[in-house]
Design a protein around this ligand. Structure first.
Ligand SMILES: Nc1ncnc2c1ncn2[C@@H]1O[C@H](COP(=O)(O)OP(=O)(O)OP(=O)(O)O)[C@@H](O)[C@H]1O
Length: 280
């Protein structure tokens, strides 16, 4: 993580659902500008809860949320300010899409900000282009495939031009090609300066995609550079996550003397297939 001030930050945050046990306790989680960050944890570990706390949909019971270093005020003005900076895309696109057509759905957020019509139109076009779904502008949302609905839901958030785009399990339910396409789209947004935060169970995907990682364990949230954090077997064990394939293969290649210390190993089966060792 960088030392710069986070855009948005949970400080000593605690949360429990009504009559339930604490889900989040004493969590410090800052999201710096311009990074890609993967939030990992097993089912029920609290990823969705943490993302909702970060984006203002839930409010900390203890601790606080800061935007640009200032505590977030949960009134209308404060939440609008937060949402122009931080947008959450929920796991199930059907919980997010409700307008009749894709274009109408994507325009909803910017229109709600009271922006002039031309500005709304420009933002909708930009978001549809970024997600590669400009051709679906007039398509009724209920006629879209699951992958298309996912993209339309993300476009709705992108049209708000947030500094931080948060996605809850964005690759869940997508086929391998759809996953790769989505990662490309997210790479494009990140290259354009948007911070992208993604919750996932997939350690391999996080390792390939993210600069930084945050891992939820029973002892709390552990954060750091993805390549370092996700190579720690004891941490992944504690989080009940599986060691990524690429790390196991890289360790094997090193143990066999086929890869030098510090040299990067193959990140995908395709890269292993092209590995000089594999041919030799
Ligand atoms: N609306 C709710 N009311 C009560 N308890 C809830 C609610 N939503 C989540 N929980 C509980 O809070 C805990 C954390 O859930 P959360 O959805 O944040 O986990 P998660 O890591 O996102 O899980 P998954 O990977 O399965 O999506 C779980 O024990 C869950 O049962």
């Amino acid at each position: 993580m960088t030392a710069q001030q986070p855009v948005v930050e949970l400080v000593e945050a605690g949360f429990a659902y009504e009559d339930g046990p604490p889900v989040i306790e004493g969590v410090n989680f800052g999201v710096p500008k311009g990074r890609s960050l993967a939030l990992l944890g097993h089912n029920g570990s609290g990823k969705t809860t943490l993302l909702r706390l970060l984006s203002g949909g839930l409010r900390c019971v203890t601790g606080l949320l800061r935007l640009d270093g200032e505590p977030v005020a949960y009134g209308r003005t404060g939440l609008t300010r937060l949402r122009t900076s931080v947008q959450l895309v929920v796991q199930d696109p059907d919980d997010q899409l409700f307008a009749a057509s894709v274009g109408q759905d994507v325009s909803f957020g910017p229109m709600n900000l009271g922006l002039p019509e031309a500005e709304v139109r420009a933002r909708v076009e930009e978001a549809l282009e970024a997600l590669g779904i400009a051709a679906l502008r007039d398509r009724p949302t209920h006629l879209l495939s699951y992958g298309q609905r996912k993209r339309a839901a993300i476009a709705g958030a992108v049209a708000m031009r947030p500094r931080v785009l948060i996605l809850d399990e964005p690759t869940a339910g997508l086929d391998p090609h759809g996953q790769e396409q989505l990662l490309e789209v997210l790479g494009g947004l990140r290259a354009a300066g948007t911070t992208v935060v993604m919750a996932t169970h997939d350690v391999g995907l996080a390792l390939r995609w993210a600069d930084d990682a945050a891992v939820l364990t029973p002892d709390g949230l552990c954060t750091g550079p993805a390549a370092e954090l996700l190579g720690r077997p004891e941490l992944l064990d504690a989080a009940r996550l599986r060691m990524p394939w690429s790390i196991t293969v890289t360790a094997l290649l090193r143990a066999q003397g086929l890869l030098g210390e510090g040299e990067p190993g193959p990140r995908t089966p395709e890269e292993l297939g092209r590995w000089p060792v594999a041919r030799g």
